[in-house]
Write a protein that binds this ligand. Structure first.
Ligand SMILES: [Zn+2]
Length: 483
């Protein structure tokens, strides 16, 4: 566009010179040049913006530390459920790693978190009356209360959904283990929609089953995987009913159980020690920031959550978001970018089973009357970025969408989704802060999410870095032009 207009201007110049060098033509020329040059200002700005986007990308893709940081977090700290020694170790590591980014200020922010203990657990299934009980892999759901270490032996009754469960007569439920065989819907292209659709079975089944006298619950995992990894994750009891145990099965085991339930009587033996400890444990968010050079009171926050479930290594969920957020501080420092606003990277504690870190951060922001321009979260895996979700007013969305072409070379095209992040959501609730969420490709996230397979090896270094690039670019834009 700009080149075309310049060409037009020079044609006008030739024309004017042929027509004698009169005052009239000179004036007309000046006006025409001015007229044609004006729209170029913003286009030149876009050109500068795209050069800056490239600079940020080159710095992170060539010199980024986030992949190395993720390796250390996964392999030296490991999984880190809130309240555990692993989480404590993660805070110590996070503080050190944050300092190494060159942040102007690094601090810890206290929050009190629940501590759910898993202990030993086992599940065995018997597929016909005379058959032996076969041990199978299963995971208790987070926050659930187990069998107090005793063996719970009962018949399994399969239903596919809550409607089928409600239709069962009482004697088909009482004293039984209910198998909620609800499949993760594979027809949702955006897999978070499938998760949103099915997660109620993980979250609410035990109390719904206990309300009619069931003694235990098995669920098909919230999993897109063609494998047998069971997926843990948060569940919740309604105080009015007994706290019965809940375990998740991998897809293959669930398929086998389904076939056998259709054939005849199946029994299960559940044994588990898990329980929620009665008192909270002191823990911390890790915060690092670059102080704003012009308007330090304005804050742009970017974060992920430092806690994970107690299986695997919490690589995609959400080691990725933590190391990407720290990478932004490192890259800005390395590039000598002096942002106008304060840029804060936050490693939030306790997203998985309480969100106490997110709440503590928002509470402090409210008490201190902090002015957050934007909060961004990466908590959807370390896969290739595809979009930026936004929870903000339409005019603010428009401001970001105006720059969408700048993001295209980095694979980001989807600005259509209303997504922020769990850790930053209290900022919106309490202070109406505009939220954004990095939206990576979602096809493989629910293969590994909350499983023993969420390990460092499943993260690709280019995809991880590219996610950090896109968030750094969005932060740079927001800092330059406001929101
Ligand atoms: Zn997460």
């Amino acid at each position: 566009m700009c080149n075309f207009r310049n060409r037009q201007s020079s044609q006008i110049l030739v024309f004017v010179q042929l027509k004698n060098d009169t005052y009239f033509y000179k004036m007309k020329l000046k006006l025409l040049v001015l007229f044609t040059a004006l729209p170029c200002v913003s286009l030149f700005a876009q050109k500068d913006d795209s050069a800056m986007f490239r600079k940020i990308s080159d710095e992170i893709m060539l010199h980024g530390q986030c992949y190395d940081n993720l390796r250390i977090l996964c392999k030296q700290v490991g999984n880190r459920l809130s309240g555990t020694a692993g989480a404590e170790k993660a805070v110590v590591w996070g503080e050190k790693a944050m300092k190494e980014t060159g942040a102007d200020l690094v601090r810890l922010q206290a929050c009190d978190v629940p501590y759910w203990y898993r202990g030993k657990e086992s599940l065995a299934l018997q597929y016909d009356k005379k058959g032996t009980f076969r041990k199978t892999t299963a995971l208790s759901l987070g926050n659930s209360h187990g069998t107090d270490g005793k063996v719970l032996d009962a018949e399994v009754v399969m239903v596919h959904n809550f409607d089928e469960f409600r239709a069962l007569p009482n004697d088909a439920v009482k004293g039984k283990i209910i198998f909620f065989n609800y499949r993760f819907r594979q027809d949702f292209t955006f897999t978070f929609n499938g998760y949103g659709d099915g997660v109620k079975y993980r979250w609410a089944s035990p109390s719904i089953a206990a309300s009619r006298g069931a003694v235990g619950v098995l669920i098909r995992s919230m999993s897109t995987g063609a494998d047998d990894f069971p997926h843990t994750g948060g569940m919740h009891y309604n105080d009015s009913f007994a706290m019965i145990p809940e375990m998740a099965l991998g897809n293959y085991t669930a398929d086998t159980l389904e076939r056998n339930c259709l054939k005849g009587i199946v029994r299960a033996r559940m044994q588990s020690e898990c329980y929620m400890k009665p008192s909270k444990v002191r823990s911390y968010n890790v915060i690092g920031e670059i102080k704003g050079s012009e308007t330090p009171e304005k804050i742009i926050t970017v974060g992920g959550h430092l806690d994970s479930w107690d299986v695997g290594e919490g690589a995609h969920d959400d080691g990725a978001g933590c190391v990407q957020s720290m990478e932004i501080i490192r890259a800005f420092k390395a590039l000598g970018i002096k942002p106008k606003c304060t840029i804060r990277a936050v490693l939030f504690m306790n997203e998985e089973n309480g969100d106490k870190g997110g709440e503590a951060y928002a509470d402090t922001a409210r008490v201190r009357h902090e002015n957050h321009v934007l909060a961004i979260e990466s908590d959807a895996g370390g896969f290739s970025p595809r979009g930026i979700g936004m929870e903000m007013s339409e005019d603010k969305k428009e401001k970001i969408i105006k720059y969408k072409d700048l993001f295209l070379p980095y694979g980001v095209y989807d600005f259509s989704r209303e997504e922020g992040g769990t850790d930053i959501s209290p900022l919106k609730k309490e202070l109406n802060v505009p939220l954004a969420g990095l939206l990576p490709d979602t096809q493989r996230y629910f293969d590994v999410h909350h499983t023993n397979n969420d390990v460092f090896e499943t993260v690709n270094h280019r995809e991880l870095k590219l996610g950090a690039v896109v968030m750094a670019q969005l932060i740079w834009l927001t800092d330059q032009y406001g929101l």
